[in-house]
Design a protein around this ligand. Structure first.
Ligand code: ATP
Ligand code: MG
Length: 135
């Protein structure tokens, strides 16, 4: 086993091509810190321990101290996709975790009130919903 694979969190999980693309590959210039090793060990150790599972990590450090690079390195070590979200003022949790929207057959759609139909159509036509249903 390479140093890389020992921390894969869900080796049996089959990533899609799109997800695989997002798994960070460490450049040769990457230096593994003590913190990186410690975090990986602890997350891996607790991964299948129910409530002990570590799903969130808060990194605190000066500008340029390596927080972003560490987050990317965790992607490589865990074998999970790396992505980032930029926060904004009226952000909602659904901006990160998504939302469950109604799926209504075209026959039922026909029978709805015009106002409801317009609202649903707007949801379906919006970028967000398209990108969810297409992926
Ligand atoms: N472990 C590492 N090995 C090699 N280079 C690193 C490492 N960590 C960080 N660097 C390099 O140092 C620079 C700053 O790192 P990074 O962007 O991760 O800092 P940051 O803490 O996220 O900063 P900011 O708070 O400004 O977002 C980058 O060019 C990055 O590639
Ligand atoms: Mg950063």
């Amino acid at each position: 086993m390479t140093e890389y694979e020992q921390y894969y969190l869900s080796p049996a999980r089959q990533l899609t091509d799109a997800e695989q693309e997002l798994v960070w590959k460490k450049p040769l210039s990457h230096k593994v810190s003590e913190e990186e090793r410690r975090i990986c060990k602890e997350v891996k150790r607790n991964w299948n321990r129910g409530e002990m599972k570590i799903a969130n990590i808060l990194l605190e450090g000066d500008a340029g101290s390596g927080k972003t690079q560490l987050a990317k390195a965790l992607s490589a070590n865990f074998g999970l996709p790396y992505t980032k979200v930029t926060c904004f003022a009226d952000m909602d949790k659904s901006d990160i975790i998504g939302a469950i929207l109604p799926v209504i057959s075209s026959e039922r759609l026909e029978k709805l009130e015009p106002a409801e139909r317009t609202a649903l159509k707007a949801i379906y036509d919006s970028d967000g919903f398209q990108s969810i249903t297409e992926s």
